[in-house]
Write a protein that binds this ligand. Structure first.
Ligand code: TXA
Ligand code: MG
Length: 309
């Protein structure tokens, strides 16, 4: 049986399956299976207060899950779906409490990956899927990452290396404004431009996540410490309480798309090669460039130490 058929069968049997997406791999369950949804939390060791994103095959399926679809949603999904944008809307009764952690809203996204889109379409039911990693850890961007994370406990559909590399932009969409809760490779500027093109002039704000785990100081962390160094290629590390004899070093110079794509693989490779710590150097001018916003957000949450000039 091919992998797609097997994934559909497992989802129908109330099991979970790891699926590739263009951002990171997800651990999926059909949204009508309470049993499988609960399994996601158990396998990930994730607290129930962290809501899941629901993955749909397109606009039509998304509209069936919400009571607050508006013309802003039309404009954003026409521009960015399938792709790395999650929109948060008022949920309806097709969305179970376990998915949203009891919130009255739900995150919806149409992933840009042919295998996963085919699975959602043929299953005929959307799938809820968080990133396929243990809670607070680095998201997987390759099949092997998921297999190692869960020691072969879950079936993983092969989908190659994730093209985007960091998780989707998460944005609350209201009639009067858009609130970005989690930055990603689709930036606030990209969203504003898409709305302007559609003749919609409402503010796009960057706000703290309304969800508790989104505000966690630490997230996306590898098992070895990350040291961030701003504007210094060879910072003085002697005062840090880290073994720095076997560092994995990455001088990030340019190209945010490539940096995002390689970020989590770099963390995982450094762990696997028994480095003692990761040193990442970067230019503080990136802080004012919107295309770096998502990457800097992940680095800020994944780091253990930070050195500035
Ligand atoms: O790119 C992605 O979004 C990946 C792939 C697999 O699609 N998924 C992902 O899921 O990153 P996860 O569970 O690791 O992160 C989802 C985050 C939640 O932690 C929360 O911050 C936000 O999305 N979220 C989900 N539902 C929400 C809601 N109703 N209101 C606000 N934030 C929500
Ligand atoms: Mg995650």
């Amino acid at each position: 049986m091919d992998e797609i058929k097997k994934a559909i069968q497992l989802l129908k049997e109330h099991d979970v399956v790891a699926l590739p997406t263009e951002t990171v791999y997800g651990l999926a369950a059909a949204i009508d299976s309470e049993v499988a949804l609960k399994k996601i939390f158990a396998i990930k060791e994730r607290p129930f207060f962290d809501p899941l994103i629901v993955h749909v095959s397109g606009q039509d399926e998304a509209k069936k899950l919400t009571t607050s679809w508006n013309k802003t949603c039309d404009a954003l999904t026409q521009e960015f779906w399938p792709g790395p944008l999650t929109i948060v809307l008022k949920r309806n009764d097709k969305i179970k409490d376990v998915i949203t952690a009891g919130l009255d809203s739900v995150g919806l996204r149409c992933p840009d990956h042919p295998a996963t889109l085919q699975i959602i379409k043929e299953l005929g039911v959307p799938v809820a899927a968080p990133s396929a990693n243990k809670f607070k850890r680095t998201s997987p961007t390759k099949k092997e990452h998921v297999q190692r994370e869960f020691e072969d406990q879950v079936f993983v559909v092969e989908g190659g290396e994730s093209r985007v590399g960091i998780e989707s932009t998460v944005a609350g969409v209201f009639d009067t404004h858009v609130d970005i809760y989690r930055p990603g490779m689709i930036t606030a500027q990209d969203i504003k431009a898409a709305l302007n093109n559609a003749g919609i002039n409402i503010p796009v704000n960057i706000v703290p996540s309304p969800v508790a785990p989104g505000q966690l100081k630490h997230h996306y962390m590898p098992k070895i410490p990350i040291i961030l160094s701003w504007d210094q290629l060879n910072p003085d590390l002697s005062t840090l309480s880290v073994p720095t004899d076997n560092l994995a070093v990455w001088n990030i110079s340019s190209n945010p798309a490539e940096t995002a794509r390689n970020l989590y693989s770099f963390f995982r490779d450094a762990e696997d090669k028994n480095h003692t710590a990761i040193l990442i150097t970067l230019d503080s001018n990136f802080k004012s460039m919107h295309e770096w916003h998502g990457i800097l957000n992940r680095l800020d949450k994944a780091k253990s130490f930070e050195i500035s000039r």
